[in-house]
Design a protein around this ligand. Structure first.
Ligand code: AMP
Length: 423
């Protein structure tokens, strides 16, 4: 399915194309038509399923179409409540990205920082407000925000919100919303207290459920190497000695790790590029184009960076580490063996990841085939709980030491390269 088939307007389609979103995710395919048709929605979906775009796209579309009518004045017409500052920022960024060609403005407000920049943005006028509950109520109390014009209300990550003790704040916010509105309610889990809360907010909602993926394509052969953390690098070279592996998408848990792997492979004259969130869009695009053109043999990617990319006829995927969320494994290996083509997924597992592997095998309901020809077998054991605690303590201590040293240099008079010299 294509986004166009969901009857999304051109300015939004254009932005999605720029983001290289080719197809809607499952929650988008289900929720967008319902929201465009003005139903309230009760969505059961986790972060990572594309749920932000599932509500941001139709809200932007409603507002854009309203704006095209001459009578439109800029007021806060949509409110999105989310539990954390990080999520709020991400949601704001999504509205900015997908709404790039719509002229719809948003701002994000959250606590823990001074309110000046936030109230300035509110004064300039916005259509969409993304907020954490505490700061929102605070700015309402101070008279900076009124909720009387809200037409589209979203409560995001409701279960986390209740876990964090926001129930009273949420009730206060709901009490101030106009009764005539469209409401969308998202939660990863649906225990009784969440369902009860949803009843207070939604009217005749349509239910949308995206259960976590659990099945891997039968056309993908899966292989596994157990090794030690310190041997992963060598084992990777051993695997890549097989020239049949002409092109491979290699997953790394972290951005830093991705860069490190890429540097190592480049040192060994293996044509490699890394893509992750810290790389500029044009760098990512260049790496991808080169990979597609066969100029690069290994493309190292983090899970998030890889999500938006689509590589046809990719045969090999390597998991340089084992993801701690089993569904992520299914997503990763699903990058190969698309559309019935043959795919091969190779996973490298260090002792600390052994338990993740058990979760994966349970989820996919099969045992992954162990590779016998392994010159770097796993000889070390996972840490015991006590060892893990000590390791974490030591890590914390080193971190504190590092920051203490950094603060010391920063506080030293004239330590800056650009310190002001009195004449
Ligand atoms: P979310 O579940 O909203 O946190 O989204 C997870 C990630 O998926 C974000 O990085 C989005 O940019 C990305 N994403 C959302 N929808 C799509 C899509 N249709 N195609 C590709 N990537 C997407």
């Amino acid at each position: 399915m294509q986004f166009e088939e969901l009857e999304i307007i051109e300015p939004i389609i254009k932005a999605l194309k720029e983001e290289q979103y080719t197809e809607p995710t499952s929650i988008q395919e289900k929720a967008i038509p319902l929201i465009l048709n003005r139903f309230d929605v009760l969505g059961s979906a986790q972060t990572g399923t594309g749920k932000t775009a599932a509500f941001a796209i139709p809200i932007l579309q409603h507002l854009f179409l309203e704006r095209e009518q001459n009578t439109y004045t800029r007021k806060i017409k949509s409110l999105i409540i989310t539990p954390t500052r990080e999520l709020a920022i991400q949601i704001g960024e999504s509205f900015t990205t997908y709404g790039k060609f719509t002229g719809i403005k948003n701002t994000v407000i959250f606590g823990g920082v001074s309110q000046g920049a936030q109230t300035d943005a509110l004064r300039r006028g916005i259509d969409v407000l993304v907020a954490t509950p505490g700061r929102l109520l605070d700015l309402i109390d101070q008279g900076f925000i009124k909720l009387k014009d809200i037409e589209y209300f979203v409560l995001d990550e409701a279960d986390r919100m209740l876990d964090m003790g926001f129930i009273h704040d949420i009730k206060k916010i709901i009490a101030q919303l106009p009764t005539k509105r469209q409401s969308l309610f998202f939660s990863a889990t649906m225990p009784d207290n969440i369902v009860e809360l949803s009843r207070k907010i939604l009217r005749d909602p349509k239910k949308v459920d995206v259960s976590p993926v659990s099945s891997t394509a039968e056309t993908i052969q899966q292989y596994l190497y157990y090794t030690n953390k310190s041997s992963k690098k060598d084992l990777l070279f051993h695997i890549l000695r097989d020239q049949k592996i002409d092109q491979v998408l290699l997953f790394s848990k972290t951005k830093h790790g991705a860069d490190k792997i890429a540097r190592n492979l480049q040192k060994h004259r293996i044509r490699t590029a890394a893509i992750h969130g810290d790389k500029a869009q044009n760098q990512r695009q260049k790496a991808l184009t080169q990979f597609k053109a066969g100029e690069i043999r290994v493309l190292v990617a983090t899970d998030i960076a890889a999500r938006g990319i689509d590589i046809e006829k990719l045969k090999y995927v390597i998991n340089y580490d084992i993801p701690n969320i089993a569904e992520t494994y299914v997503h990763r290996i699903g990058r190969s063996g698309r559309a019935g083509e043959e795919g091969i997924a190779i996973s490298i597992c260090e002792p600390e990841e052994n338990t993740y592997l058990k979760d994966i095998e349970k989820l996919i309901n099969q045992k992954i085939e162990l590779v016998k020809d392994n010159p770097f077998p796993q000889t070390e054991k996972p840490m015991s709980d006590k060892e893990k605690k000590e390791f974490e303590k030591e890590k914390q201590r080193k971190k504190q030491e590092f920051f203490a040293a950094k603060n010391k240099t920063q506080n030293r008079p004239n330590s800056s390269k650009f310190s002001y010299k009195k004449r």
